[in-house]
Design a protein around this ligand. Sequence first.
Ligand code: ATP
Length: 304
Amino acid sequence: MAALIHISNITRRYGDLCALDDVSFELQPGEVLGFLGPNGAGKSTAMQIICGTLSPTSGQVIINGADLQSDPITAKGHIGYLPETPPLYPDMRVDEYLTFCARLRKIARSQVALSVEKTKQRCGLAQVGSRVIANLSKGYKQRVGIAQAIIHNPRVIVLDEPTSGLDPNQIQEIRDLIKTLSQECGILISTHIMSEVRAICDRVLILHQGRLVYTGPVTTVKDSALLITLGQESKWDYLAQLPGVSHVEPIDQQRFRLTLSGSTSAADIAQAIVAHGDKLYELRPDQGNLEQIFSQLTLGETNP
Ligand SMILES: Nc1ncnc2c1ncn2[C@@H]1O[C@H](COP(=O)(O)OP(=O)(O)OP(=O)(O)O)[C@@H](O)[C@H]1O
């Protein structure tokens, strides 16, 4: 399957500062790729380069087969971008604004009304077309921001911290929307929120001081350790003998952290504990794992 984004050896310097240093990665169709890194790691620089608003010092960006440098109009046509601050005109009504965005994206006049309607349906905006953007809640403004990014049906959607500043219900709604959109496109999403990565991303990239220091599937990270709580009278020494358990770390008398090997699943472990005749009160993925990887890889100096 051809990659939707293909980045090879991108470097970007600002004077003496190397904001991106020889970064390469790909985004596949249907994939939600999480872009993580501390402040100053180079995420926004990378996103701007991918969206064609900033040139790399060296390296190549191919978007859905089009070279961003030699064929920028085709390449940019495949991308929808929602910057951290949505580019909204607050005095416009939602319909007016989306019509304006459709025209900017050079959608044929005869198709504009249809594109606006379809996009409103996709983003849950069907009821608010006549509302003035300034009067919408922050969650709805964010939906309008996503709507302008997808009005031309791009294959790639780039979202810069799309849930920042939203309340928990709005966050869930935007995450659901992103999941739905990923069925048709590839999505690159930058965030500082680890639970967001777990909730919606298939794979994660971690940048530190402009270098790519980690790339891997979220599920591997997520499932590689479990936290369990057993009955008070449990003799836990059998845990280390269970198939697929490579390490047992007691947290207190009842709680343990199990490191798993290979493809062992949480269900396998639950079954084995119950089959052993023990009481299992709680079992959950060790969510500290991704945080631990992030901290280990990004400790130390950050770019100003
Ligand atoms: N126009 C610019 N001129 C000079 N330096 C810049 C410019 N833009 C960014 N930088 C520097 O490049 C480095 C990377 O910045 P960038 O904004 O890409 O990081 P980031 O990972 O997006 O950070 P944040 O999470 O804070 O948004 C930082 O050290 C920043 O100060």
